[in-house]
Structures are given as structure tokens and as C-alpha cells.
Design a protein around this ligand. Structure first.
Ligand SMILES: NC(=O)c1ccc[n+]([C@@H]2O[C@H](COP(=O)([O-])OP(=O)(O)OC[C@H]3O[C@@H](n4cnc5c(N)ncnc54)[C@H](OP(=O)(O)O)[C@@H]3O)[C@@H](O)[C@H]2O)c1
Length: 286
């Protein structure tokens, strides 16, 4: 079988970097993208990956030009991994519209823009696979995570619609929902804090930073294994061989628990309130 061509966003560290190594190891081709590629992706030079500078938060028009550039490298792209992302940490009351928009520019609009730019190519060849890295945060709210969580919830909706729109073109899409994994996501360097001036949140902000610092490096998930399983799903091989392509999939026991608890809690609530909820329909004529 001919090698597949992958495009991965956010390859300087974490899952993205790991995708690059594992895609190359299976004999496929990869376009590794990232911000400030000349410095941040320097360690990937010489690995066999094609390297492309791509900050996904730039304008849709600029993203489209970058995707065109990417398409010229190998003439085709089979699998897109929308991976880039970061945490904008803030209590909702301190979260300015500018910070929320900045978060969405990367964590939501960036992925939509890259996907939209690549879809004409995939539609034309009537095949393609698109993966999004969502999060357990797309299923559960947490303090100080409103910007990040709302972006991941938004991705859930976008991917669910996309799946229903592009299957007719032979294109499949999925969203992975990792729990906590040992990448740079929780490093203080990558989390953006800009505490506001509401003194009532001072202690809260300190506690949030202490929590992030305590979890960083102690996350239960292994990113090498997660990427290996994601590649299995996206190529229908290994542990995913013979299984139907999943519309979404949590990764890690903590990711599993978040999704299962949310489903069970929601079912419980629906059952407890069913009579109440059902009491608002238009009364049927006898
Ligand atoms: N690790 C976890 O526990 C976890 C759990 C659930 C979901 N996720 C998701 O997994 C994905 C990958 O994160 P990670 O865990 O591997 O963390 P990571 O090690 O911090 O990697 C994040 C990557 O995204 C890049 N990035 C951020 N903003 C970007 C932009 N505007 N344009 C292009 N690249 C950008 C970063 O580049 P720079 O080096 O330039 O900042 C970095 O390469 C993210 O979507 C994250 O939300 C992670």
C-alpha cells in the first residue's frame, strides 16, 4: 500500500511531536506544522518530516494559503490531525472578551479554518480522514477552565455536524477526548495566565496555579501510547483493526470516567425530571 500523507498541527511538543515520530516510523509521510517552525520545529529537521510554519490562529485566508503550500509538498494529504491547542486559564468573571477570542482563535477557529481549507482537496479525491484533539474538558467544566472548556465543547458540536456533512464525500471525521496526559499542556510556560484585578479571585488564582503545577508531570496518561492508539483508529490497524470508525473516543481511564459519569448523571437527571420535561409539548387534540 502507498504511504499515507499526514498533516499535523502543533508539532513542537506533546501529542503533535509524537505523531510525527510515529507516522514516520510506520513508513508514512508527514507535514509537521507549528508556530515559529524555524526554532520550535528545529528538532524535527532531518527526521524525514516536511516542516511547515503554521500558526493556526492567523486569518482564514492565510491559513488557506498555508494549506495550499502543504498540498504542493507531496501532491496530496490523506489524514489531517487538528492537534494544536493551549489553555487560557481564568475564572469566567476575570475572562476578558479579548482572551476568550484569543483562545477560540486557536482552539476552535484555527481547526475549522485548516479543515475548511483542506476539504476541497479531500472532496475532489473522495476520501480523507480528519481527526480533532478534543478533551475530557469537552465533557466537563472545571474552575478557571472556561475559555478552554468552552472551546472543546464547541469542537464537539462542530465535529458532530462535520461528520454528517462530509460522509457523503467519502470523508470521515472523529474527535479524541484525552484525559490528563504527560505533555507540555499543563506547563506554566504553555498555560496563559493573566489574572484580572478582582481581589476576590486572588486566592482562587493561586490555588489554580498550585493545582496545575502539582498535576504537571504527574498526569496518568502516556502520550506515546495515546498517539499509537489514535494512529490505530485513523488507519484502522492495530488495536482498532476490525472495529467501526468511532465518531468520538475518550483516551485514558480518567477520560473514560469523565465521559461515563457525564452520560450516567445526564440519564439520571432525565429520568428524575422526565414528567416535568415532557409537560411542555402542545396538548394533542383528542
Ligand atoms: N495533555 C493533555 O492532558 C491533554 C488533554 C486533553 C486534550 N489535550 C489537547 O491535545 C492537544 C495537544 O496538546 P498537548 O497536550 O500535546 O500539549 P503541548 O505539549 O503543550 O502541545 C501543544 C502544541 O500546540 C501548539 N500550538 C498552540 N497554539 C498554537 C497555534 N496558534 N498554532 C499552532 N500551534 C499552536 C504548541 O506550539 P508552541 O510550542 O508554539 O506553543 C504545541 O506544539 C491540544 O489540543 C490539547 O488541548 C491535551
Amino acid at each position: 500500500m502507498a504511504p499515507l500523507v499526514w498533516l499535523v498541527t502543533g508539532c513542537s511538543s506533546g501529542f503533535g511531536e509524537q505523531f510525527v515520530y510515529q507516522i514516520l516510523a510506520r513508513g508514512d509521510k508527514v507535514i509537521a506544522t507549528g508556530r515559529n517552525a524555524a526554532t520550535k520545529l528545529k528538532h524535527l529537521e532531518g527526521t524525514g518530516a516536511a516542516i511547515l510554519d503554521l500558526d493556526i490562529s492567523i486569518s482564514p485566508e492565510k491559513v488557506a494559503l498555508k494549506v495550499d503550500e502543504a498540498l504542493k509538498i507531496y501532491g496530496s494529504i490523506d489524514i489531517l490531525v487538528n492537534n494544536a491547542g493551549y489553555i487560557e486559564s481564568s475564572a469566567i468573571e476575570e475572562l476578558t472578551p479579548e482572551r476568550l477570542l484569543r483562545s477560540f482563535n486557536t482552539n476552535v477557529f484555527g481547526h475549522v479554518n485548516v479543515t475548511r481549507a483542506l476539504l476541497p482537496h479531500m472532496r475532489e479525491k473522495k476520501s480523507g480522514t480528519i481527526a480533532f484533539i478534543g478533551s475530557q474538558a469537552g465533557w466537563k467544566g472545571d474552575p478557571s477552565a472556561g475559555a478552554y472548556v468552552s472551546g472543546k465543547f464547541a469542537l464537539e458540536g462542530i465535529v458532530e455536524c462535520l461528520q454528517k456533512e462530509v460522509s457523503m464525500f467519502g470523508i470521515q471525521a472523529t474527535i479524541f477526548e484525552p484525559g490528563f496526559f504527560r505533555t507540555q499542556a499543563l506547563s506554566q510556560q504553555n498555560i496563559r495566565h493573566e489574572p484580572g484585578n478582582i481581589s476576590a479571585y486572588e486566592e482562587f488564582n493561586k490555588a489554580v496555579m498550585q493545582y496545575e503545577t502539582a498535576v504537571y508531570g504527574n498526569e496518568p496518561g502516556d502520550p506515546v501510547k495515546a498517539v499509537s492508539r489514535m494512529i490505530d483508529v485513523l488507519t484502522g490497524t492495530g488495536m482498532a483493526a476490525g472495529k467501526p470508525f468511532p465518531p468520538r473516543l475518550p483516551l485514558g481511564t480518567d477520560g473514560l470516567k469523565v465521559m461515563r459519569d457525564k452520560c450516567q448523571d445526564t440519564l439520571k437527571l432525565l429520568n428524575e425530571w422526565e414528567d416535568f420535561i415532557s409537560s411542555t409539548d402542545v396538548t394533542k387534540e383528542e
